[in-house]
Design a protein around this ligand. Structure first.
Ligand code: SF4
Length: 237
């Protein structure tokens, strides 16, 4: 039996979960998956759609054990589990959680902003797929995330991922109010030069700027991947 102190210690070390999507077909390519939203993120992107997940001190909305119980009941029905956020790598409990999910027979995926390159490198052997956000050109990233040094960390994370052999994509959310289209193209060219082969452009629905996603869709709609100076990309609705 666990003592009160060891029980408290195990609660402290469990993954803090801010929410759960029980079924998705779009967050883990080719897999039927659940999404675990991890509490806490060190960045403060102005367009963040999950502000309730940012504060790492918030109590968990859902116990990790309850998530495990849910997953036990979904064996054979789901293929995989996505760890999203917030920033999943902000929590030291993530590797153990990934291992638990793998031991149950699920494939594992991670959505990350790339702010913890060393933790990402350590977690890669436990991952089947990674979606890495490349939110802006290097020179603009600190202003966008509110965190000096963001670009250096993301660059290292990107290189680690590209050399890992783990399936992945990089995603850039953009609208015309963030930075010029030409800079987005230059970012794509740079990513391709570094070895990226799967770049996804996502129209950014910025809560501070109504109509931003529609403006982005309009600007991106006329572009042809691989032509007119653009690298290969996939446009995601
Ligand atoms: S990295 Fe993601 S979760 Fe963190 S503030 Fe930016 S958009 Fe929000």
């Amino acid at each position: 039996m666990l003592s009160a102190s060891s029980s408290r210690s195990s609660e402290r070390s469990a993954l803090r979960v801010g929410g759960l999507t029980r079924f998705t077909t779009i967050d883990f390519p080719g897999q039927l998956a659940a999404v675990v939203f991890c509490q806490g993120c060190p960045w403060r992107c102005g367009y963040c759609h999950n502000p309730e997940l940012l504060d790492a001190r918030q109590p968990a909305a859902l116990e990790w054990n309850a998530v495990l119980e849910f997953l036990r009941q979904r064996r054979g029905l789901l293929d995989g589990v996505v760890f999203s956020g917030g920033e999943p790598l902000a929590q030291s409990a993530l590797p153990a959680a990934l291992q638990q999910v793998r031991d149950m027979g699920f494939a594992t995926a991670l959505h990350t902003g790339g702010m913890y390159p060393e933790r990402l490198a350590a977690a890669l052997p436990l991952l089947d797929w990674v979606g890495l956000d490349v939110k802006a050109p290097w020179a603009r990233l600190a202003a966008l995330t509110g965190m000096p040094g963001s670009a250096d960390k993301l660059r290292v994370a990107l290189v680690r991922l590209l050399h890992s052999g783990v399936a992945h994509e990089c995603r850039s959310s953009w609208h015309p109010g963030l930075y010029p289209l030409q800079e987005l193209r230059a970012l794509g060219v740079e990513l391709q030069r570094l070895g990226l082969r799967h770049w996804v452009l996502q129209p950014c629905d910025d809560p501070r700027q109504p109509g931003s996603a529609a403006a982005a869709r309009q600007a991106l709609a006329g572009l042809t991947p691989g032509q007119e100076g653009w690298p290969m990309f996939q446009l995601r609705a």
